[in-house]
Design a binder for this molecule. Structure first.
Ligand SMILES: [Zn+2]
Length: 233
């Protein structure tokens, strides 16, 4: 292994992170989706993607955009680790609310040294998930695979546990919190209206009221099925 640390520019880090996030959600990293994720014009994306390909971080997939190479994935996971450790530290140690940590971590992730990040991780006793439920990669670049479905895909009558939610929209996070829709909460999908209509759900446990959620919102909530353990729950 090369012991000379590789210093990437802030924009390269942001590109790798966005491409990783798209892949993590199972979406193709096309020019338009990268542009949308970075909030820039598609025209400016093409040039940078070309440079990333020349540097060996991404490779082109015919008609689908790009995907990270092994080296690109390794660099992306480093940035993702920084981001998620920062979010967790801000939330757990500095009492930031979960809708404030993302923007702060976006700023700090490019500036914090590896030493600072690892000291934060140690102070937190190596957290596995960030405040939004996303897995934190290890320093070696291992990360839990998350093949979560979204709440929009859950069949009527199924019980699921919320595992993660989109982290980049503060307004959405405040709304989800007000409805009690946070990681580790369990719920049952009572009814799905046809034609992309709203989903009616009920939080598990006593006193869980029925609530309706638009399908667009449900797509930003990641869930896993609850394994029935038998007995009367
Ligand atoms: Zn975040």
């Amino acid at each position: 292994m090369n012991d000379e640390p590789l210093t990437l520019s802030r924009s390269v880090e942001d590109y790798l992170k966005v491409i990783y996030a798209l892949t993590e959600r199972g979406e193709p990293a096309s020019t338009s989706s990268i542009a949308e994720g970075l909030d820039v014009q598609p025209a400016s994306v093409s040039g940078m993607v070309k440079r990333l390909a020349e540097a060996g971080f991404v490779e082109h997939l015919p008609y689908k955009g790009v995907r990270l190479t092994e080296g690109g994935t390794r660099e992306a996971l480093k940035i993702v680790r920084r981001h998620r450790i920062l979010e967790t530290y801000l939330s757990e140690r500095l009492d930031y609310s979960w809708d404030d940590v993302h923007a702060e971590a976006e700023r700090l992730e490019h500036a914090a040294s590896d030493e600072l990040i690892e000291r934060m991780a140690a102070a937190l006793e190596d957290p596995r998930h960030d405040p939004h439920g996303a897995p934190i990669p290890t320093p070696a670049g291992d990360v839990e695979t998350t093949n979560y479905a979204t709440l929009a895909e859950v069949a009527e009558g199924d019980e699921v546990e919320i595992r993660a939610v989109s982290d980049d929209d503060s307004e959405l996070l405040r709304f989800l919190e007000s409805r009690g829709l946070m990681p580790r909460v369990r719920l049952v999908v009572e009814e799905r209206d046809p034609f992309e209509g709203p989903i009616t759900l009920k939080l598990a446990g006593p006193g869980g009221a029925l609530q309706r959620l638009g399908v667009d919102l449900a797509r930003r909530i990641y869930v896993a099925p609850v394994r029935k353990t038998g007995g009367d729950e």
